[in-house]
Design a binder for this molecule. Sequence first.
Ligand SMILES: NC(=O)c1ccc[n+]([C@@H]2O[C@H](COP(=O)([O-])OP(=O)(O)OC[C@H]3O[C@@H](n4cnc5c(N)ncnc54)[C@H](O)[C@@H]3O)[C@@H](O)[C@H]2O)c1
Length: 349
Amino acid sequence: MTVKVDHKEIWQFVADLFQAAGTTRENAQMVADVLIRADLRGIKSHGVSRIPIYIKRMEMGLVNSRAEIRILHETPVSAVIDGGYGLGQITATKAMKLAIEKAKTCGVGMVCMNKSHHYGIAAFYSQMAAEEDMIGFSCANTTALMAAPGGASKAIGNSPFSFAFPAGEQMPVIFDAACSAVAQGKIIVANINGQKIPDNWALDREGNPTTDPAEALKGFLLPMAGPKGYGIAVVMEILAGVLSGSDTGVHLGSIYNDLENPQDCGNFFMAVDLKTFGDPEAFKNRMDGYIQDMKNGKKAKNIKEIFMPGEIELKKEIKARKDGIEIEDDTFAPLVELAKKYKVKLNYK
Ligand SMILES: NC(=O)c1ccc[n+]([C@@H]2O[C@H](COP(=O)([O-])OP(=O)(O)OC[C@H]3O[C@@H](n4cnc5c(N)ncnc54)[C@H](O)[C@@H]3O)[C@@H](O)[C@H]2O)c1
């Protein structure tokens, strides 16, 4: 069963809740922006389903609800930031804003950050740059979930990353993926909702394929595209983690399983002003032509439409803005509890 919520009302609830739980109004709104964008796009694994663990970690003092980002090292084009163990949606929004500011002056801006926290969907931040006529990139490292090829223990996270490219008449192209066959959040949601998972998503503790999300959560995720996905995960972790000086690999704690220590997660953000390469309008016109060529390609039998990266999610967002967001009962129930606990309003049908 699901509950249907209006996106503006659930956004209001999330902003009110995080403010009531201790963040400033402005920061609480940033959290709501990122989480609701995920749910609007159908990425339920990274939307409001994460609220209970974020609030729990704030209550336990493992997330600093009043953290301010601090610049540790800076050049005109780059910065290394200490996120102060703040919520990732806040620290990452601020870090990407800084990358965009630098790109406005220098053509390119690159910012990496340590002491951040789980930041949600990578596309939110890359798209911030695309909205300024820039190419955007964002990535994060995550707690180790996958074994290296030939390894028999969790060694590396599934590092989400996103590139966003503006277009003219067409929708922007926004590739956003984790390096595992699927994001662990999808397995968490399947577990919450009592659903089975396909047998090529994860292995159990013994290294056997499993369709049971609970067993998968005790085992290892499989990388996308075998060793190539593993290689991309390593690259993303070097950018987000090694470069920023955050925890990496087995040293990076899980927001669910490590309830003793704050998470020292790393991020990397880049914004490239289209003007660095000439006329932005000319680029966007060429993007339109390119997208049309791709979409007009010959389709396989029974296929109605070819999609660009990010297009399915952007179309879901347009629909959900009109029709509302469906949230599973098991995801919604803890939100009702939090609404009561923090005395904030939560309207739903
Ligand atoms: N913060 C974290 O620690 C963390 C960790 C993992 C994942 N995530 C987030 O979880 C989300 C889901 O990740 P995922 O790896 O499951 O993504 P996914 O597999 O659902 O999608 C990956 C990409 O493929 C594109 N795509 C999918 N089907 C397509 C089709 N038929 N045609 C064209 N393009 C298509 C999507 O638009 C997207 O850009 C992402 O937003 C990611 O950033 C975050």
